[in-house]
Design a protein around this ligand. Sequence first.
Ligand SMILES: Cc1cc2nc3c(=O)[nH]c(=O)nc-3n(C[C@H](O)[C@H](O)[C@H](O)COP(=O)(O)O)c2cc1C
Length: 335
Amino acid sequence: MFSYFYPLLRSALFQMDAENAHRVALSLSDPWLRYLPRPKWSKTEIQVLGLHFPNRLGLAAGFDKNAEHLHTWRALGFGFVEIGTVTPRPQPGNPKPRLFRLAESKAIINRMGFNNDGVQAIAARLRNRPNDLIVCGNIGKNKDTPEEDAHQDYKECFRALQDCVDFVTINVSSPNTPGLRQLQQSEALTQILSGVQDLNMQRKVPLPIALKVAPDISPDLTIEIAEVVKDYRISALVCTNTTVGRNGLQEQQSILDEIGAGGLSGPPLSGVSRKTQRLFRTLLPESIQIIATGGISDLSSAQTRIEEGASLIEIYTALVYRGPKVIEEITRGLS
Ligand SMILES: Cc1cc2nc3c(=O)[nH]c(=O)nc-3n(C[C@H](O)[C@H](O)[C@H](O)COP(=O)(O)O)c2cc1C
């Protein structure tokens, strides 16, 4: 039903500043959606990563950074949600404005900078999570943690979240935390993945661990990352985060100059994101899953990513532009 109202709501939301619209949309929909059950769509269930997913479609990280709306995502039909990125200590993120719609290209540029309530508050909130929704904890480092200590931040987040999520994504690919993407280099990545896996292997049942990569990496770095991923028994790759590139946009250069730095998402990201996914697919054994995200805007683009080797799909920007109807379209279409 919400899908029918969304076009009306969307025109009001698009009059507002993008970050306010995000807040208003969630606060309007939450009070009544949170009590609704998951829609009944047949033959959508799938077993991946040793977990039983209600369907293949997830909400990408960054939409529900603080795990405040999980019941709503379930009611809208998502099979899983990546909460976060979560950091050890709460942090306010970058100064506003930091979220921009590029309506002609159906894209978004953001430089949020990991604004979140901190891992302890988020772990406490997850105690009331719905059980029929797979929840992934996407973890990162605080802005003021030096790069050489970054592995400690990832370990701290893992420790705090491990008993309240179904799997964990290590995010080393957001462009909005200075130096974060450097953590994709072999040495730093090894330190982070080995640190988290040491903790994980002490568990009775280790959690699946995913790694989220940038679409802006060279083929050489892709090969290096694939080696580290295999060495440290990573279960999945999230391909990809936003891009720092600005290709494929309809907007004038002056508009882009005014917006400034940030990660680009939506259809213009699709080309580089798919390229990254395809290269990783050739470098990794089939046992390592790919979770595709980046420019997926409809059933056909989701199907393409599955054909190119992904087992799960995530969206963010398409939900903003198309509303909840895109969830049913992709979920039922992929069933
Ligand atoms: C406003 C905004 C905030 C985001 N925040 C995060 C984040 O905190 N952590 C993360 O791993 N990805 C974050 N992302 C990236 C998305 O999870 C996703 O990888 C990206 O938007 C590409 O998917 P899309 O084209 O469907 O939007 C964010 C994206 C947007 C638009």
